[in-house]
Design a protein around this ligand. Structure first.
Ligand SMILES: C[C@@](CO)(OP(=O)(O)O)[C@H](O)COP(=O)(O)OP(=O)(O)OC[C@H]1O[C@@H](n2ccc(N)nc2=O)[C@H](O)[C@@H]1O
Ligand SMILES: Nc1ncnc2c1ncn2[C@@H]1O[C@H](COP(=O)(O)OP(=O)(O)O)[C@@H](O)[C@H]1O
Length: 291
């Protein structure tokens, strides 16, 4: 039996998420600084087998039907784009909360594409690979390289990889799944309309942590109000994170319900993690470094 190829599927965090408007076809146009954590799922591939997927891990049951899994959807798009490609048997260790605004499924799909690209000698910048990512989901292209950068369009336009300082963070999910589509619908932006929430802060490679956090504070997550109306617990998570000693910024990621806080140092993040878990033992609370 050949050794499996292995890829990590890190959680995606939207440090900002500005919704610029809605296209006539119904998709929302956004501008978002996306970064990745060291926390995530793990995907492996045994090459040359017929396409299949097995899943284990604490959040495996929440990920839905195996046949609909984004790993298999990504593999099918890869096979359609590269007809002579060989596929394989995937195994997913699912740890990230599902329907949580941290792109777990998108990151799994991107990891599947990276594995198939490695198995078939397809370079990471191959247009067919990027097209397969776009077809799989809006967040899949940014998860392909999983590096900090600005994402625009509906998620298909990627800015250059940014050199960002590592940010000490706590990520908290209150165990309440929230469907992305419902949050966009709740924003109630008419097709073809532009929003007027305000411009995105200027960000550049080489910013220090203080400078970056000050710039981020001028940004927003425009999905937060709609998500809080659908899941009021998000307001509690944000106020708990925002009032933790040493927290410099607290915000929701993606369409929620996961929120993050950026901390001045690892010690204060670890203290906050302990206190939150003591008060809310069922919440998913991870301390990590983002960049
Ligand atoms: C909101 C974001 C921000 O990073 O993240 P999550 O909260 O999902 O993690 C993404 O744009 C989500 O990306 P993804 O989760 O891949 O979305 P998809 O499966 O392609 O689409 C889910 C639903 O959201 C809507 N959608 C998604 C992206 C977008 N720019 N405009 C939209 O209107 C689509 O109409 C679809 O009904
Ligand atoms: N590998 C996967 N991991 C998680 N969810 C998946 C996966 N494949 C398909 N899904 C489906 O995709 C939807 C979105 O899941 P997820 O990517 O976790 O959301 P979010 O981007 O909001 O964190 C879920 O409703 C789930 O049923």
């Amino acid at each position: 039996m050949p050794l499996p190829l292995i890829e990590r599927a890190p959680a995606k965090i939207n440090l900002t998420l500005h919704i610029l408007g809605r296209r006539a076809d119904g998709w929302h146009e956004l501008e978002s600084l996306v970064v990745f954590s060291r926390t995530g799922d793990q995907l492996s591939l045994i090459e040359g087998e017929p396409l299949s997927l097995t899943i284990e891990g604490p959040t495996a049951p929440a990920a839905g039907e195996v046949a609909d899994n984004l790993v298999l959807r990504a593999a099918r798009h890869f096979a359609a784009a590269i007809p002579d490609a060989h596929l394989g048997a995937f195994h997913l260790v699912k740890r990230l909360p599902v329907a949580a605004g941290i792109g777990g499924g998108s990151s799994d799909a991107a990891a599947a594409l990276r594995l198939l690209a490695r198995a078939n000698g397809v370079p990471p910048d191959d247009e067919r690979l990027i097209a397969a990512a776009r077809k799989t989901g809006a967040d899949v292209p940014v998860c392909l390289a999983a590096r900090g950068r600005i994402m625009r369009g509906f998620g298909d336009e990627l800015g250059p990889v940014l050199k960002l300082p590592p940010l000490v963070a706590l990520i908290v999910n209150p165990n309440e799944p929230l469907e992305t589509r419902r949050v966009f619908e709740r924003m109630d932006i008419a097709p073809g309309a532009r929003t007027d929430f305000g411009g995105h802060p200027k960000l550049a490679s080489g910013m220090g942590p203080e400078e970056l956090i000050a710039a981020l504070a001028k940004g927003r997550n425009d999905m937060e109000p709609a998500a809080c109306r659908l899941a009021p617990i998000i307001g509690d998570v944000l106020s708990i994170l925002g009032s933790a000693p040493g927290a410099k910024l607290a915000r929701m990621s993606g369409s929620g319900a996961t929120c993050f806080a950026l901390f001045k140092d690892c010690k204060s993040a670890a203290r906050a993690r302990k206190a939150i878990l003591r008060a809310h033992p069922r919440w998913w609370v991870k301390s990590c470094v983002l960049n």
